[in-house]
Design a binder for this molecule. Sequence first.
Ligand SMILES: NC(=O)c1ccc[n+]([C@@H]2O[C@H](COP(=O)([O-])OP(=O)(O)OC[C@H]3O[C@@H](n4cnc5c(N)ncnc54)[C@H](OP(=O)(O)O)[C@@H]3O)[C@@H](O)[C@H]2O)c1
Length: 349
Amino acid sequence: MFPTPQVVSGKMKAIIQTKYGSPAEVLRLGEIDIPATGDDEVLVRVRAASVHADVWHVVTGRPYVLRLMGGGFSKPQNPVPGTDVAGYVESVGKNVTTFRPGDEVFGETIKLMQWINGGAFAEYVSISESALALKPQGISFEQAASVPTSGLIALMNLQGQRKIQPGQKVLINGAGGGVGSIVVQLAKAAGASVTGVDSTRKLEMIRALGADQVIDYTKQDFTRLGERYDLIFDVASNLSLSACKRAFTPKGIYVLIGHDHYGAASGRIFGSIPRFIKLMMISPFVDHLSGEMNFAPPAKKDSMAVLRELLATGKLTPVIDKTFPLSEVPQALSYLQSGQACGKIVITP
Ligand SMILES: NC(=O)c1ccc[n+]([C@@H]2O[C@H](COP(=O)([O-])OP(=O)(O)OC[C@H]3O[C@@H](n4cnc5c(N)ncnc54)[C@H](OP(=O)(O)O)[C@@H]3O)[C@@H](O)[C@H]2O)c1
């Protein structure tokens, strides 16, 4: 039974951020107006949201360059963080045709850019119709909310020459994290032989997700084990191209995701961007980087439909590590940063 739709106005609980800084210092639970719903938007009553590395980046405002990419220069433009959400459609704008009140949906609250507050850590959020999909039956709100950003990053980086082919050997470095755990499953669904690299406590989960082999990076350097891979998907982003060359098949492709380990692995001002630019500049001359140029993000609507289908058909099963109440978003982000989570971290209002 769908809950009865109602006209929504008034106040809601939300996590509010008025300046950049550490999550514990700048995030507080408060009350603000329920957001207005634009003509092309859907008002979603949030049942679950989730955290990921980019939420941490936007809350802290680091690297600084991200503030110039839409987030707000001296303080966040949107005071409510969070981008991944699942819930009920409460009301729809006048141009919305795909959804109706009562539908169970999930999506990413931002239109294009990753590095802005998206309003998901609240009781209600307005989302563009094109950034939502119907939640499959049999998938919980918590599971659905854990997928969008990680899934969209995975799909965006597996296009064109990076598209996984049956029989390929694929290695995912950082396979136990948000993006990696999805790529493991996408690669298996595509018929690849999958090797997942991560820390000791995540290996069992990676195997359960379908990886054929797992390698503990704290004990072994996969580039020195004599195996060769058609695709090295580097979520942890700590690999050098020269080291990867030892582990590539002749046409093996390298994909850099650009994890900066919460500021520990790259500069305060530009983060991972210089490394991306360097790879793009040398890509015409390096076969293993042939996938680094020429890719534009696919339409979010299409990618959300792909994620929905993967969830509905059981090819993608999200793993939840822990759920925090809305008031504990700072603790959830601190737990994310600690790297202890084995699966996704969910927020429930
Ligand atoms: N390229 C793009 O299109 C794009 C777009 C937007 C965002 N991003 C970036 O994409 C990243 C997504 O990361 P995520 O959410 O998957 O992160 P995550 O959940 O933190 O996963 C990273 C995984 O890497 C593991 N790891 C750490 N050091 C490692 C090492 N030396 N070798 C192998 N594995 C290692 C971590 O495990 P332990 O902690 O246990 O070691 C963790 O399981 C974010 O940094 C985000 O900023 C990329």
